[in-house]
Design a protein around this ligand. Sequence first.
Ligand SMILES: *[C@@H]1O[C@H](CO)[C@@H](O)[C@H](O)[C@H]1NC(C)=O
Ligand SMILES: *[C@@H]1O[C@H](CO)[C@@H](O)[C@H](O)[C@H]1NC(C)=O
Ligand SMILES: *[C@@H]1O[C@H](CO)[C@@H](O)[C@H](O)[C@H]1NC(C)=O
Ligand SMILES: *[C@@H]1O[C@H](CO)[C@@H](O)[C@H](O)[C@H]1NC(C)=O
Length: 399
Amino acid sequence: MGKILICLALGLLCLDLAECRNFKIDTEKVEYSAINCRKHSAVLTDFGGKGDGKTSNTDAFKAAIANLSKVSSDGGALLVVPPGKWLTGSFDLISYFTLYIHKDAVLLASQEESDYPLIDPLPSYGRGRDAAGKRDVIIEYLTIIAPVDSPNTDGINPDSCTNTRIRDSFVVSGDDCIAVKSGWDEYGIKFGKPTQHLSIKRFTCISPDSAVIALGSEMSGGIQDVRAEEIYALNSQSGVRIKTAPGRGAYVKDIYVRNLNFDTIKYVFWMTGAYGSHPDDGYDPNALPQVTNINFKDVFAKNVTYVGDLSGIQGDPFTGICISNVTAEVATKKKSVNLYENAKKKVKLPWNCTDIGGVSSRVSPTPCDLLPEKQVDCAFPGDTLPIDTVVLKTCSVGV
Ligand SMILES: *[C@@H]1O[C@H](CO)[C@@H](O)[C@H](O)[C@H]1NC(C)=O
Ligand SMILES: *[C@@H]1O[C@H](CO)[C@@H](O)[C@H](O)[C@H]1NC(C)=O
Ligand SMILES: *[C@@H]1O[C@H](CO)[C@@H](O)[C@H](O)[C@H]1NC(C)=O
Ligand SMILES: *[C@@H]1O[C@H](CO)[C@@H](O)[C@H](O)[C@H]1NC(C)=O
């Protein structure tokens, strides 16, 4: 089974170039974590890479990965990206492979559009939309920073993935920090490959125009058993958001979220059943998604605009929603001294619910009538997922 480990130890900007140059490539001992210690290793500079922040490294990455793919069935391979600023376009990872990004190494995304060639669409999309991906994936200690005004810059997209673990990572994005997907309308229904058993822990996000974690909108292979905890967000549009539409089919179910801490957020809870957006006219408007068993607990949010905007689908309500132990401090705008101006202003309701059903407990401000108080502690599974128990080996190699 293919296993990719996107490693580790990334995140700090390499501000001290002098120190970067001191990285002794021929003597440095690299310690890394991997599902299996890799038998082979190489350094990006072996393939002509230059970490000067100006030279394109796209060809170096591609050459290195092509070269190392030859040993994937012989103990796997490690590619070391040493300290420096490595400008690059897109490249694909392979199985039995660890990409090791030194803590003083930064991958800089090329600003040339031609460095991002179109790839063939997944069969679950019918036409191009997102990059291919599936395989057991572990993402840890990863920092991804995109300009907040850049469109379509999702941080991490688990798409038709089973067994994915995301830990201790930080994303700044102009789109969703994590977007969970599984195919689009009739193509995704036909392909039928869900994203399931996804575990997210200690994740920090800044997403002024999108969600911390989005479920959908392309979810036509289904999304099931997502566990997210210890999620922090600053200056973001919404928390864990469900996006779907008639035509998507499939389901979003068994979603468990706890320990959320948000500072400045427009919607703490947001569900949208009328997201629209279809690949073509061939979708079946009667293919209704089933959204059920969605659990949130232990949430603190300050400087909130709306607490909950929950809209299901008429005739296909979102059910089994449970929200407990939530404190949301709704921002109060300074009142204008002009009483006439005040009277004209539309009152913002903290909650607005349509076509949903569920319960709530100890939630402030008081939720909508469709989430009556029931003195419950919303569920969070006590068991562990297989991907949670994968222990990474500590490995080292002289490169
Ligand atoms: C690529 O792999 C081959 C072994 O197949 C090896 O001999 C060669 O040195 C490698 N190229 C580089 C630039 O390391
Ligand atoms: C309620 O949630 C807060 C986090 O917002 C947590 O610190 C607290 O322990 C929770 N209370 C209970 C009774 O679980
Ligand atoms: C509260 O949120 C608004 C945006 O809704 C933002 O402009 C303001 O700076 C925030 N205030 C604080 C104290 O963070
Ligand atoms: C509440 O949500 C429904 C459905 O999205 C929308 O039609 C309605 O305008 C909203 N009400 C308010 C007061 O925002």
